[in-house]
Design a protein around this ligand. Structure first.
Ligand SMILES: NC(=O)c1ccc[n+]([C@@H]2O[C@H](COP(=O)([O-])OP(=O)(O)OC[C@H]3O[C@@H](n4cnc5c(N)ncnc54)[C@H](O)[C@@H]3O)[C@@H](O)[C@H]2O)c1
Length: 367
């Protein structure tokens, strides 16, 4: 399979159940209610299981630092600030994104089931992590969804033709549910590579693929250090002007239309934490006069998968399939955690007051 994430399997592994329990224990120790700790553990573990390690349990140290800085507030809930029927505006009140986005989707799902469609504008949530998780929540309820997200006031990506950071890594996500089978889930950052993957390359002394980075002077670079060591450069959007265009619409739909804010001179550095805003459009497919929709979708997927394979390709993957394959591997063999991330997670556990002996007991499960 042509998925580079599988290459990480040489790291020590821990069972999904044990890692989930450890993450839940860390957040309960930090002061989260049992429900909040459970939702955060569900999300972080699911991201790690799907292979998106940059958005999984390795985020714990960053979140603990945000709690310490009083940027991330525990035990808060999504607050509806305007209810216009099929359009909801929700304030994320800088609460735990993993709780706020879950609650925002629950509200949107209920409306979409009742009215056929609901647009949810969520602003000001602390980092909402892997966006596919929210699309999967909608898909479990039998609903189609698409999501435009901005990383408000935290630009890392240069515009097409520009040479400095002006845009967030703004993810786009869309999902299509199918009866009796997993949904199709498209979910990616609009930067050529996610920042977390650049950080991993830096830690491992590796280069990044061509077309992903420019240095501070706007020159193309393969060296991840240009994003870490000052004077810092920028990520590039994926797909040239097309990725730049999609990233811009994520900024405007996600950041502006949701009642939140976009990245510009007045909003730079207004927060240390990662703040996400998201426009989610949730649709009940049964509301269309389209009895053949699922059969047509199936026929299309079957058609594209039957294409003769390019050399070096084992199979053609439908949207979401790479994540499912990684999840199947990790559910069976455990979740690989690199030693640096494990050490940082344990340091975070200590920082929230978990006794050292307890942390050592969790560590014995890593093999
Ligand atoms: N909350 C935030 O602020 C934020 C910001 C940026 C990214 N993210 C998240 O980071 C995660 C990682 O993003 P990314 O850009 O690194 O994702 P990526 O480059 O791994 O792309 C993932 C998408 O491509 C599909 N895919 C992967 N390999 C494929 C193949 N060989 N053939 C066909 N399709 C394939 C996957 O099914 C998935 O839909 C996403 O979950 C995103 O939501 C979050």
């Amino acid at each position: 399979m042509n998925d580079p994430r599988v290459a990480q399997s040489s790291f020590p592994r821990i069972s999904a159940e044990t890692l989930h329990a450890y993450v839940r224990a860390i957040w309960e120790q930090a002061g989260s209610s049992p429900r909040e700790a459970e939702l955060v553990a569900d999300h972080l573990l699911a991201a790690s299981l799907t292979g998106h390690d940059s958005h999984g349990v390795s985020m714990i140290p960053r979140y603990v630092a945000s709690v310490g800085d009083n940027e991330l507030k525990l035990n808060l809930h999504a607050k509806v600030v305007r209810d216009a029927g099929a359009v909801l505006t929700i304030d994320g009140v800088k609460g735990f994104g993993q709780v706020i986005a879950y609650e925002a989707m629950e509200l949107g799902i209920e409306r979409a089931k009742r009215l056929g469609i609901c647009a949810v504008g969520l602003h000001g949530a602390h980092h909402i992590g892997r966006i596919g998780h929210w699309a999967e929540q909608c898909a479990r309820a039998g609903l189609v969804s698409f999501h435009f997200v901005n990383v408000a006031g935290d630009p890392l990506v240069a515009p097409f033709g520009g040479t400095d950071r002006r845009i967030g890594t703004n993810p786009f996500c869309a999902a299509y549910p199918r009866s009796g089978r997993p949904p199709l889930v498209l979910d990616f950052a609009t930067s050529a590579v996610a920042f977390g993957k650049v950080r991993v390359a830096y830690n491992q002394g590796k280069q990044v693929p061509p077309g992903a980075l420019i240095d501070n002077a706007g020159r193309p670079s393969l060296e991840p250090k240009v994003m870490i060591e000052p004077p810092v450069g920028s990520l590039l959007p994926f797909g040239g002007h097309k990725g730049f265009g999609l990233a811009s619409m994520c900024e405007i739909f996600g950041g502006a239309l949701s009642g939140g804010f976009t990245s510009h001179a007045d909003t730079l550095g207004t927060n240390h934490a990662i703040i996400n805003c998201m426009l989610s459009v949730i649709i009940d497919p049964a509301a269309f006069d389209a009895p053949n929709a699922e059969a047509e979708a199936d026929a299309f997927i079957e058609w594209v998968k039957a294409s003769p394979l390019a050399s070096g390709t084992e199979r053609i993957l439908e949207p979401g399939e790479a994540e499912r394959l990684t999840r199947a591997d990790r559910e069976t063999h455990g979740v690989p955690v690199d030693p640096t991330s494990w050490q940082q997670i344990c340091a975070a556990a200590l920082a929230v007051g978990m006794p050292a002996e307890q942390i050592e007991r969790w560590a014995t499960h890593l093999q």
